[in-house]
Ligand binder design. Structure first.
Ligand code: NDP
Length: 461
């Protein structure tokens, strides 16, 4: 049977756009649908606008540090509407770029929500479209726990469009989004409280890095309400300020509550159950190592599959799928040694294993750490320190984990990720000449391993 398309993609975010463009480049007839804005979470309400807000908020520190370098400034003022609207304009521009990229690649864009009617038929806003192969790349959305008053809370989706900056904000959660937005609001002048159910932020990251970030956030003036669960949010007079009641029996007042308690896959309402696409326990689409679902002609990439929920990973998965299915170049996405960064202030970035993972998986380790005040802050006196860590497998001398908390950590770790991917040894790090004076040179000059914990302590950990 002749189908309208060789490939139809549901969802024009990072993964879907990459897969469709590459498939079209291999000669496939490709259609794609999107029910919100082309570009997806990353471009429209994630990484890109978030990073611009991070840049905007960091000027606060720059102004403070400038005085020690001889600059006199009038008391700096900030206009949230200017920043918000400029970020929105840049998002609009990128949205246009993405649409033109699709057009340029010969991919036909259908605006509207895609619903699977059967394994080869999709309904997009009343139009029936047929395709040989299908790719689901519908991403995810924030989840807010079902507590009384949740309707008063915003998520990161709304944070980009606030009419005004809150004087006080409570951010619930201790993950990527919570700590990144805490830094943004704090830098822009809001009083910020992070409300988290554990004793420190960023579960899953290297423990020492978690501690470094947690302590730095606290030292910067962010209130850390640890081991706290929210029971309900009460609106005084139906609007702000809000009284937040905790499950521990306390309460506090705030002008805005933002939830950043994780995201979940967008799998509802697209007819997956009709076509035999199975979900995993968390409700994400179950896929094999080729991103293939349990339906023979349907694949899925990106956050909807809940593997590693990062834009470059979705792009890799989409590209591999297109090369494999349409380019006669079978390639599986490689989820090992994926570097990542959290754009909190100071930044955290890493590649490879945490010390805790390395201790579980490997034998003896050599761990190198350093902590220092960055040169830039010697004059200004800013009490912010940089922390770096190398984890080496003793038996092979291979560097299996690189971690950093400090300015420009993401930029530095990106380069080192190449070395880790290439299997670099500590001897090769040692043989590399540093660039002086930089923070990065510390990664090639750490010579003395930290004493290893006693075996009994290791066993207990
Ligand atoms: P995360 O999964 O990173 O963190 C969720 C946080 O919310 C955790 O601290 C978790 O606590 C807490 N939490 C979960 N449920 C509840 C609850 N019911 N009550 C109280 N706290 C709760 O999610 P985010 O929303 O921060 O980010 C979603 C994903 O987006 C990330 O996993 C990441 O993949 C991606 N992302 C990546 C960025 C980057 O690369 N820089 C930036 C932003 C997002 P606990 O630890 O106890 O489970």
């Amino acid at each position: 049977m002749a189908y309208d398309y060789d490939l139809f993609v549901i969802g024009a975010g990072s993964g879907g756009v990459r897969a469709s463009r590459i498939a079209a480049g291999h000669g496939a007839r490709v259609g794609i649908c999107e029910d919100y804005r082309v570009g997806g979470t990353c471009v429209i309400r994630g990484c890109v606008p978030k990073k611009l807000l991070v840049y905007g908020s960091k000027f606060a520190h720059e102004f403070e540090d400038a005085a020690a370098y001889g600059w006199t400034l009038a008391a700096p003022g900030h206009s949230w509407p200017i920043l918000r609207d400029n970020v929105a304009k840049e998002v609009d521009r990128l949205n246009g770029v993405y649409i033109r990229l699709l057009e340029g690649a010969g991919v036909k864009l259908h605006m509207g929500r895609g619903r699977l009617m059967d394994r080869h038929t999709i309904d997009v806003g009343g139009t029936t479209i047929t395709a040989d192969k299908l790719l689901v790349a519908t991403g995810g959305h924030p989840v807010v726990p079902d507590i009384p008053g949740r309707q008063f809370a915003i998520t990161s989706n709304e944070a980009f469009h606030l009419p005004a900056l809150p004087k006080r904000i409570a951010i619930v959660g201790g993950g990527y989004i919570a700590v990144e937005f805490a830094g943004i609001f704090h830098g822009l002048g809001s009083e910020v409280a992070i409300v988290l159910r554990r004793d420190r932020v960023l579960r899953g990251f290297d423990e020492e890095c978690r501690a470094a970030v947690h302590d730095a956030l606290k030292a910067s003036g962010i209130t850390m309400r640890t081991e706290t669960q929210i029971a309900r949010i009460e609106a005084t007079g139906g609007k702000a300020p809000f009284i937040v009641h905790t499950a521990q029996g306390g309460s506090f007042e705030t002008d805005l509550v933002m939830y950043a308690t994780g995201r979940t896959a967008n799998t509802a309402g697209i007819g997956l159950e009709k076509v035999g696409v199975q979900l995993d326990k968390a409700g994400a689409i179950a896929v094999d190592e080729w991103s293939k679902t349990t339906a023979p002609n349907i694949w899925a990439v990106g956050d909807v599959t809940d593997r590693i929920n990062l834009t470059p990973v979705a792009i890799m998965e989409g590209h591999c799928f297109a090369d494999t299915e349409f380019g006669k170049r079978p390639r599986k996405p490689d989820h090992r040694d994926v570097p990542s960064a959290v754009f909190c202030q100071p930044e955290l970035a890493n590649v490879g294993l945490t010390e805790e993972e390395a201790r579980l998986r490997l034998g003896e380790l050599r761990v190198f750490t350093t902590a220092f005040r960055p040169m830039k802050y010697t004059l200004s006196g800013r009490q912010q320190r940089t922390f770096m860590k190398l984890i080496v497998e003793a038996a092979t001398d291979r560097v299996v984990g690189v971690h950093m908390v400090g300015d420009d950590a993401a930029e530095l770790i990106q380069g080192l990720a190449v070395a880790i991917k290439a299997g670099a040894t500590k001897a090769q790090f040692d043989a590399t000449v540093g660039i002086h004076p930089t923070a990065g040179e510390e990664f090639v000059t750490m010579r003395t391993a930290r004493p290893e914990p006693a075996p009994s302590r290791q066993a207990a950990e």
